[in-house]
Write a protein of this length. Structure first.
Lengths: 111, 112
């Protein structure tokens, strides 16, 4: 099976803009989780979607949002970008088990 | 709240030497523990999970609930083992869906 894919791989934005990142899970996986990875904070959980419903959310401000479509593809959106939002954003998909399979990530740079 | 601690940020060994990457966790229930590995310029990938009790690429990890540890071990390190290793925890429960709690990671370097 094809692995988790994320687009775009790299993004450069300026403060105040908004951005949308996309994730396509492994075929048949219905759960999609998102993580933010930074050198200082490491890997932090953003949220998880299953069958188009957000089931879990991490401790991030409301500027971070997401959604999932009926084909399990997911998007996350960050509005009013701040310099501190510069990070690698990882998406992971999972079947019913806890094992998560990660995508390559989207590198977001906020100038 | 659950927490995962990897006390060593960097670990260097020579090829053929034993290696142990430490992981301690805090969680009062029954967690599921994982080791993920990230090789240079590759995506994060699952190395092993405690519930399967497998040995992957010569690595093993035993869950010690008394000491709340899940250390990763390999008797003879190889140069291709050089990578970043993350210990991660998940747990059953309504608020845990899809959430892995990661340690800060340990960079393992195996010298020739």
């Amino acid at each position: 099976k094809a692995g988790v894919t994320q687009t775009p791989r790299y993004l450069i934005k300026t403060r105040g803009q908004q951005v949308t990142l996309s994730c396509s899970p492994i075929s048949g996986h219905r759960s999609v989780s998102w993580y933010q990875q930074t050198p200082g904070q490491g890997l932090q959980f953003l949220f998880e979607y299953f069958s188009e419903t957000q089931r879990n959310k991490g401790n991030f401000p409301g500027r971070f949002s997401g959604r999932q479509f009926s084909n399990s593809r997911s998007e996350m959106n960050v509005s009013t970008l701040e310099l501190g939002d510069s990070a690698l954003y990882l998406c992971a998909s999972s079947p019913y088990t806890d094992t998560q399979y990660f995508g390559p990530g989207t590198r977001l740079t906020v100038l | 709240a659950q927490r995962v601690t990897q006390p060593e940020k960097l670990l260097s060994v020579f090829k053929g030497a034993p290696v142990e990457l430490k992981c301690n966790y805090s969680y009062s229930g029954s967690p599921e523990l994982f080791w993920y590995v990230q090789y240079s310029r590759q995506r994060l990938q699952l190395l092993l999970r405690h519930i399967s009790r497998e040995s992957i690429k010569g690595f093993t990890a035993d869950l010690n609930k008394g000491e709340t540890s899940f250390h990763l071990k390999k008797p003879f390190a190889q140069e291709e083992d050089s990578a970043m290793y993350y210990c991660a925890l998940s747990y059953a429960g309504g608020t845990s869906y899809g959430k892995l709690t990661f340690g800060q990671g340990t960079i393992l370097t195996v010298h020739p």
